[in-house]
Structure formats: structure tokens, C-alpha cells
Design a protein around this ligand. Sequence first.
Ligand SMILES: C=CC1=C(C)c2cc3[nH]c(cc4nc(cc5[nH]c(cc1n2)c(C)c5CCC(=O)O)C(CCC(=O)O)=C4C)c(C)c3C=C
Ligand SMILES: [Fe+2]
Ligand SMILES: [Fe+2]
Length: 343
Amino acid sequence: MTFFHKPPRIAPPPEGRTGILLVNLGTPDDTGYFSVRRYLSEFLSDRRVIESPPLIWQPILQGIILTKRPFASGANYARIWHKEENASPLRVYTRRQAEGLAERLKAEGIPVEWGMRYGRPSVAKALESLMDQGCDRIISIPLYPQYSATTTATANDQLFRALMRLRRQPAVLTVPSFPDHPAFIRALETSVRETLAGLNFTPQQVVASFHGLPKVCIDKGDTYRDECERTIAALRSALGFDAERMPLTFQSRFGPLEWVQPYTAPYVTALPKQGVTKIAVIMPGFMVDCLETLDEIGNELREEFMEAGGEDFALVPCLNDSKGAIDLLEQLSRSAMAGFQRS
Ligand SMILES: C=CC1=C(C)c2cc3[nH]c(cc4nc(cc5[nH]c(cc1n2)c(C)c5CCC(=O)O)C(CCC(=O)O)=C4C)c(C)c3C=C
Ligand SMILES: [Fe+2]
Ligand SMILES: [Fe+2]
């Protein structure tokens, strides 16, 4: 193994300099077949995401799945593509969160960069940029409120992979998940209250839909489900809602395995028959809007609910670049910075 060293443009001061790295999932560069295929291939080849032996999984992935799915997924991405910036919403809002946080930390000379676990900009490039700005201490914030090995752990793996190649490593602190951090819950509460106040109907339920996970991951020790429960318990309590007014469900199933239940789509489409025809949906497992929130829920689920007899359907936007989101990221950064202080 060769270890690299590139002299930084700005040397770290003797007392050290901290930089913040925001890490998100990743997203295709455009909606075309090859971009979506490249993205899905990298994502679904991650053994943190699909644990099956590569000898069995890779022929299925490279053959059946990556021949067909990029066409369908590309069409879905096209429906939600951010036209002005010609980018996927996940990329646009991740960048804006980094810019908002950078603004808050600018006066203290703390740079902020953002990187993607899959695709561009890479975590390695973001790390390189921070080190070039003289950072010898890195605070990495995986942008997942609830821990999962399939998201948080693989984001950290990718950072450590980049560090493995360096001759002069920075010190690194990875920020833990924040399922019921007061600033997270406050931001969600504000976003529910503001959305409900702007509607011309009162939802009978505000369904809280989280990205799902194969049940076997939970059985093997992933804490994701417990952390989703912690988020929703804190949010219900902040809003004064009970479990009937704000039920918990799981969306985005992939593949033939059993995933954590209850599943969002069957739950929601059964509501009109029970007399619940006006709903809102919030997705507190996603820090930014993306394919899974805007299309799977905002387009597909809305349509299914209406076809099943629903009358009104509203989407509570993800935190995106709201003040609440930047407050949260600032608080997470400042708590972590205290961990780097010399005694
Ligand atoms: C086994 C497969 C998958 C697991 C496990 C999984 C966990 C997981 N994912 C997120 C967040 C996001 N997933 C997104 C898209 C997406 N997820 C999967 C599969 C698994 N996810 C696929 C195949 C896709 C691609 C979409 C498609 O082709 O239909 C996204 C959106 C990305 C975007 O570009 O907008 C997010 C965000 C979490 C939080 C999670 C575990 C808890
Ligand atoms: Fe996913
Ligand atoms: Fe989906």
C-alpha cells in the first residue's frame, strides 16, 4: 500500500484547525440510463446495503436489475429533477445545508464541505478539500437522524477508506445519530405546524413514514427501528399527538425479503375505507427531500390514496435548508467541536 501526502495550501495552525464534513447518500448526476445505472450499481454493490455473497448477488444485480431498473428510476428522477440547478433534489439541498452551516461558522474560520457515499462529490474529495484548507481535525456528520449500518456505518466506512490512504491523517470525530435531539425535534415540529397552518383542510392523520429496512438487519442488531420509534415518540409529544393521529410506517421496500412493518402504501390506501380521507405525510428519516419523498410519497402514494377514495393529501417537506435544519447542524457541530478542545 502506498500512502499519500499532499502539502496543504494553508498549513494547519499549531493549535489545530477543525473542518466539518457533511456526508449524504448520493444520487445520479443526471436522469439518463448510464448515470442512474452507475449510481445504482455502486449503491447496491455495497455489502453494508446488500449482505448476500457477491458471487450470488452480482450476477442478479448486473444482469436483471441493472438492465431494467435504471429506465424506470430515471423516469422517476425526471419527475422530481430540480430544473433551475439541473440536479437531483438530494444534491441541491445537501449543498444548501452545507452552505447554510458554513455561513454560521465562517467567522470562526471553520470550513464546511459535503460529500456523497455513492457518486459525486466523493467523500475523499471533500476530505481533501478540508485538509487543503489546513484542517487537521475533521468532524463528520452523516446526514441520517436514525442510525443504520446501511447508511450511517457505510458513510463512516467511506471516510475511513479515504483516511487509510493518507500518510498524515487528520484526527476524526464522527457524529452519532440524533433521533431525538431537541433541535431535530424542534425543526420537525415547526415544519409540521407551518405545513398544517398553510392547508385548506385539517388532516385526520399525519402519517410518519420512514425509509424501510430488511427485517433481518434489525434481527441481527441494527438499532434503526428503535431510533425511528424514539423520533416519533418525541415528535408526538412535542405536537400533543397520540399514535392514532401520528402513526408510524415504513416505505421504500426493495427486493423479495420481509422489511420492517407496517408498510406505508397498504396502510395509507386502507385509510379511506376506515373514514380517513384527509391526511398529511411527514418523512422524518430524511434530512432532505429526494426521490423517496417527492416521488414515491408525493406522486405515487398520493395517486394511490386518491384512487382508494382519499380526498385531501399533503406532504410535509423535509427539513432541507430551513432555519431549523441549519440550527440542528450548527448544534451538532458545536457539541462535536467541544470534544476536540484541548484540556
Ligand atoms: C436493500 C436495499 C436498500 C436499503 C437497505 C436501503 C436503506 C436506506 N436507504 C435510505 C435512504 C435513501 N434511499 C434512497 C433510494 C434508494 N434506496 C434503495 C435501496 C435501499 N435502501 C434504492 C434501490 C434506492 C434508489 C431508488 C430507486 O431506484 O428506486 C434515497 C434517495 C436517493 C435520491 O437520489 O434521491 C434515500 C435518501 C435510508 C435512510 C435507509 C435505511 C434506513
Ligand atoms: Fe434507500
Ligand atoms: Fe422508492
